[in-house]
Design a protein around this ligand. Structure first.
Ligand code: XMP
Length: 513
């Protein structure tokens, strides 16, 4: 069984970050609901258990608890924030409302440098706090090993039992040496090796896919996005020609998208690729439609229709492969007063109707996005595909306000190509979440040479984000903005004005629709 760390989720917004930090140490980690029975956890034979933070108070009536038998498994435990308060409560300590909320950066002073968590670290560390409650009495057989200005018990340990508690968050980047603290726990305390690498994963996943699929056929809807592309490459390695990828051209793709996909997957990878050019059908159905939700519905419905027809051509097929990722399958913890824990990625899941009676193959479902990217590179996919920015399923239709026409699609494609090209040549494209052009169906007057023009406006959008749920606009250099505007207006016929979107999310969204 793979060596792994189990993280029990008490609803912290950082739980997934903990899991990623552990995986960055090349150790596999899984997130389980806080009340998972100890026997189920024991069955996974974890090398260590981490109790996440969370928004509740341990003394509140409905406080989320863990099975207290986890403390008898003989496995090292690290409690973070709420997690340490919880085990303090279970093991005879005391938690009370703090006089002062401790929030933001603080300085940790390590009092006992022999504590395994602080091995090879200096005495003073910058840490990130986010808690109102406070440990006021140590649990039995624990001692304090580090303090902050407001807390005598900022880090505690029971060395014999390998139980540790941190009042601050080692997983967030503001705890500058936090990665090393986590590494000290997983390698030093739990004794994990560095076995979780995408190279190892390929071998394991290939075996698993072969076992699941046998000699049956698999189809996959290839969109050209990162997830479906990596899933395609992995499946192809595992089952070769048993895989057929269906690529639907909905007429709303970026410039050269259809060619790139055919070139990479068809010609280079020699994957069986069924190319369905349904652009005319999509654009016909979108004619005259201006309302955003209706546009989305038409596109979704047409996609299913085209995909279903295409799937029939692929012959008798038992399996449908999907590029589902780990964040889509982690069960969110519904904790009182914390609806944030319930927000899931709202767009990129689902799609095909349940009545399409396929069994699912989801070879990426235990991976985070950054791991999928590494896996893609490992499988030999080009950087252009693996590191590309997200592109919405309904494509240019959510970037053309009002009616979607072939003429507007062509204008937007040309403008967008310039944005991508300039972002790449300025070294910014791969650094930020998304950068693209939006076409506004607003015509305004301009002059070009001696002529008056009456043309469309292009909005440029560039955002920084971790997961698309919140975003901040990127402060692009003036020189780049100037170049973008001048190139778009000069090179794209039909555009005579450019604006730059300076809205963050919330209150805005990333796409304009
Ligand atoms: P919004 O506009 O809601 O977008 O702030 C958040 C992220 O989701 C992407 N997006 C979509 N992705 N199908 C997708 O696959 C969609 O219908 C869709 N709509 C938005 C958007 O590009 C951003 O990254």
């Amino acid at each position: 069984m793979t060596e792994q760390i189990v993280i029990l989720d008490f609803g912290s917004q950082y739980t997934q970050v903990i899991a990623r930090r552990i995986r960055e140490c090349n150790v596999y980690s899984v997130i389980l609901c806080h009340d998972t029975p100890a026997v189920e956890i024991a069955a996974l034979a974890p090398s260590g258990i981490i109790l996440s933070g969370g928004p509740s108070s341990v003394y509140a009536k409905n406080a989320p608890l863990s099975d207290k038998n986890i403390f008898a498994l003989g496995v090292p435990v690290l409690g973070i924030c709420y997690g340490v308060q919880l085990f303090a409560q279970f093991l005879g300590g005391k938690v009370e409302k703090g006089q002062k909320r401790e929030y933001g950066k603080g300085v940790l002073t390590v009092k006992d440098a022999s504590c395994a968590l602080f091995g090879n670290l200096p005495e003073k560390l910058q840490v990130w706090n986010s808690h109102g409650d406070k440990l006021t009495k140590l649990p039995r057989d624990f001692k304090s090993v580090a303090v902050t200005e407001n807390s005598e018990y900022a880090a505690i340990e029971n060395r014999a039992r390998k139980f540790f508690g941190l009042q601050f968050h080692p997983e967030v980047v503001h705890t500058t040496r936090g990665r090393e603290i986590i590494a000290n726990f997983v390698h030093g305390v739990c004794g994990c090796g560095k076995n979780w690498t995408m190279r190892n994963y390929v071998e394991r996943a290939v075996e698993e896919i072969r076992t699941q699929v046998g000699t049956e056929k698999v189809i996959l809807g290839l969109s050209g996005g990162v997830d479906s592309s990596v899933a395609a490459a992995l499946l192809h390695k595992a089952i070769g020609d048993q895989l057929t990828c269906i690529f639907v051209n909905n007429g709303l793709l970026r410039g050269r998208e259809a060619e790139v996909v055919q070139e990479v997957f068809g010609r280079n990878f020699k994957i069986k690729l069924q190319y369905e050019d349904a652009s005319k059908l999509f654009l016909k159905r979108l004619k005259g439609v201006t309302e955003p939700e209706r546009k989305r519905k038409i596109i979704g419905k047409t996609f299913i229709e085209v995909f279903q027809n295409a799937a029939q051509h692929a012959g008798k097929t038992k399996f449908l492969a999907q590029g589902t990722l780990y964040p889509d399958v982690i069960e969110s913890v519904p904790i009182d007063g914390n609806p944030a824990a319930l927000i899931k990625s709202h767009h990129n899941v689902g799609g095909l109707p349940k009545k399409m009676k396929f069994a699912l193959v989801e070879p990426l479902k235990c991976l985070f996005k950054d791991e999928v990217r590494q896996l893609g590179l490992e499988l030999g996919l080009p950087k252009e595909i693996v590191l590309r920015q997200p592109f919405p399923g309904p494509g240019l239709a959510v970037r053309i306000l009002g009616e979607v026409t072939p003429e507007r699609c062509a204008i937007l494609r040309n403008a967008d190509a310039i944005v991508v090209e300039e972002m790449k040549s300025n070294g910014l494209y791969y650094k930020i979440w998304q950068s693209f052009a939006v076409l506004l169906p607003v015509r305004s007057v301009g002059v070009m040479g001696d002529e008056r023009t009456y043309d469309y406006t292009i909005a440029i959008r560039a955002v920084e984000s971790q997961d698309g749920m919140t975003a901040d606009w990127v402060k692009l250099p003036y020189a780049l903005l100037e170049k973008l505007a001048s190139r778009i207006i000069n090179e794209v016929k039909g555009v005579n004005r450019c604006v730059f979107d300076i809205t963050s999310k919330p209150p805005g969204t990333i796409e304009w629709e």
